[in-house]
Design a protein around this ligand. Structure first.
Ligand SMILES: *[C@@H]1O[C@H](CO)[C@@H](O)[C@H](O)[C@H]1NC(C)=O
Ligand SMILES: *[C@@H]1O[C@H](CO)[C@@H](O)[C@H](O)[C@H]1NC(C)=O
Ligand SMILES: *[C@@H]1O[C@H](CO)[C@@H](O)[C@H](O)[C@H]1NC(C)=O
Ligand SMILES: *[C@@H]1O[C@H](CO)[C@@H](O)[C@H](O)[C@H]1NC(C)=O
Ligand SMILES: *[C@@H]1O[C@H](CO)[C@@H](O)[C@H](O)[C@H]1NC(C)=O
Ligand SMILES: *[C@@H]1O[C@H](CO)[C@@H](O)[C@H](O)[C@H]1NC(C)=O
Length: 508
């Protein structure tokens, strides 16, 4: 515990000036330097005494406010992932207040965008709370749903990137871009971005892959900090809060890739998807048109094996870097191959990861989604309504799809699963430091959902009403308040990381 502080101080001493160079004003810079010096002097003794020890204990050291020690991935310990929090890190707010103080001190520099926190994948792993890079994509008419999804997923510790298909009218894209740019919370934290130069995307076509890779590379640029990449569409919705999500993931090895996949492909699928060829005009045309089906067929590849599965996934930063910067040539060759495959987004990532000696053993065979299918399955999943609520909860999945706009089940999810999230408000989490009593109170919100939401939707335009939101004051981003959702999601993680499930379903 102490040594960990030493470690932070050592980093601070050696790179005191460069790391405070942020885009904040001068004032904050000076204040920060002062804080840092204070901390440094106070702990100087320990720095000297423990610096050697701390290097030795670097990986094994535990931050008392953070997750457990980083688990080095290896076949023997993945099944029994250490979960130090189950007993101690429960949501009691009294224990968290002490924690916040300490973490605020330590994290004061990383908040300014310095690099003393989680480095890239090359640096030694630190026991910091993981960060998710959410890539949200939508098309014509998805503007409102994307706003709602963004609010439901928002947490200041994460990164968000929005993309709207070029087929949508410019006014709609502009509206969303404006919304992101002027939202008071997003403006303050600065972790939501919007791709202005949007792509033309063909559903089922390779331009979908190109857009996903585009999102990844934007996230990788500027060395922004994140550990997992998650892409969602406007018809997805979370079933747990981000506090729950980050809390559970904090004890999951960072290198794991969650994607549902299989190498056993039915004959009809083989014929339809592997032997037949398509051309996606969105690659070279400026307006949308359908895929062109080619008459010729081609043989099953034998230079690599095809894998396919669900297009919804959570990929590790390590694997994303492999796709974008990789020295191995397979990601590029596969990209060219899949340019002529129909529904290639359901196979590209799966094929690349399963044919990579370095990465295949990091796959976890689940897409983390609750999806309902007709019997027998049709091409599209069923739209969810209240009859699926029980099954959805029972699935323990953190996300579900697909939802129609304004579906009443979404209101139920907001009220019951997302801490009574009010319309046009973000989900209340441990980071919200505003006055809770003023806006009707956290406790009262859930019960007064109907009244609160109707008044909030009316007051959406009134800026004054915003201050009633406890989240209008941004507190400590690493002070989590996990709830029931964390228990559910943890159950799912336990199940999929159980050794026979985990190892038995990797790339088979
Ligand atoms: C995967 O294999 C590599 C190399 O064989 C090993 O270093 C790594 O720890 C393994 N990862 C997992 C999750 O088993
Ligand atoms: C995620 O990316 C894949 C691959 O590009 C794509 O097929 C899928 O539709 C994306 N999912 C969402 C929700 O955008
Ligand atoms: C929900 O959808 C299913 C399948 O689409 C349908 O059978 C069911 O009647 C719907 N339930 C409600 C409450 O609308
Ligand atoms: C609940 O989920 C478990 C495992 O996910 C499944 O076996 C069981 O049938 C489900 N129960 C209901 C009532 O859906
Ligand atoms: C959903 O609700 C919003 C606001 O109440 C409304 O503007 C929009 O048209 C509705 N969308 C649909 C598809 O009903
Ligand atoms: C919250 O607001 C109420 C009413 O405006 C006030 O009485 C109370 O002191 C405030 N609490 C804090 C912690 O600021």
């Amino acid at each position: 515990m102490m040594c960990d502080r030493c470690r932070v101080d050592v980093a601070g001493l050696s790179e005191n000036l460069p790391t405070t160079k942020g885009d904040e004003g001068e004032e904050r810079l000076v204040v920060k330097k002062q804080i840092k010096m204070e901390v440094n002097l106070r702990w100087l003794k320990y720095v000297v005494a423990f610096s050697i020890v701390s290097i030795g204990l670097f990986v094994a050291s535990t931050v008392h406010f953070g997750p457990g020690p980083f688990e080095i991935l290896n076949p023997n310990n993945v099944g029994s992932v250490n979960r130090p929090w189950t007993g101690t890190r429960s949501s009691s707010s009294s224990s968290l207040s002490g924690i916040s103080l300490a973490s605020r001190l330590v994290f004061s520099s990383s908040d300014a965008g310095s690099d003393t926190g989680v480095g890239g994948v090359d640096g030694p792993p630190l026991a910091e709370l993981p960060r998710i890079a959410y890539f949200l994509t939508g098309s014509i008419g998805d503007g409102n749903r994307m706003k709602r999804l963004l609010l439901a997923l928002y947490h200041p510790h994460n990164q968000y990137l929005l993309h709207m298909d070029r087929a949508s009218p410019a006014s709609e894209r502009l509206d969303l871009a404006r919304y992101v740019a002027f939202h008071p919370i997003f403006l303050t934290v600065g972790n939501v971005r919007f791709i202005v130069k949007s792509n033309l995307v063909t559903y089922r076509g390779p331009t979908m892959i190109a857009t996903t890779l585009h999102g990844m590379s934007v996230f990788l640029r500027k060395k922004s900090k994140w550990d997992w990449f998650v892409n969602l569409s406007a018809s997805d919705y979370p079933l747990i809060t981000q506090d729950d999500f980050l809390h559970v993931l904090s004890s999951v090895p960072r290198g794991l890739n969650f994607l549902e996949h299989s190498g056993e492909i039915a004959d009809w699928k083989m014929e339809q998807r592997v032997h037949s060829m398509v051309v996606d005009p969105a690659i070279y045309r400026s307006s949308k048109s359908d895929l062109i089906f080619v008459k010729e067929t081609r043989a099953t590849p034998n230079a690599f094996r095809i894998f396919q599965g669900s297009a919804w996934m959570m990929l590790s930063r390590d694997f994303c870097e492999h796709l974008i910067y990789g020295w191995d040539n397979l990601p590029r060759l596969a990209l060219m191959y899949f340019a002529n495959v129909v529904t290639s987004p359901e196979a590209y990532f799966h094929t690349v990861i399963c044919n990579s000696r370095q990465h295949f053993n990091t796959t976890v065979n689940t897409d983390l989604h609750f999806v309902a299918w007709d019997n027998p399955p049709k091409q599209h999943p069923l739209s969810l309504n209240s009859s699926f609520y029980k099954g959805m909860i029972n699935s323990s999945a953190p996300f579900a799809r697909k939802f129609e706009e304004n579906e009443t089940l979404l209101d139920t999810i907001d009220a019951e699963l997302l801490r009574g999230r009010r319309r046009a408000h973000v989900v209340v989490g441990g980071w919200c430091a505003g006055n809770e009593t003023e806006g009707g109170g956290l406790v009262a919100t859930a019960s007064a959902e109907v009244g609160a939401s109707s008044s909030a939707s009316g007051g959406e335009a009134r800026a004054g009403n915003f201050h009633a939101d406890p989240c209008s004051v941004i507190g400590d981003p690493v002070a989590l308040r996990p709830g029931e959702g964390a228990k559910r999601f943890d159950k799912l993680i336990q199940r999929v990381l159980e050794p026979t499930y985990f190892r038995g379903r990797q790339c088979v």
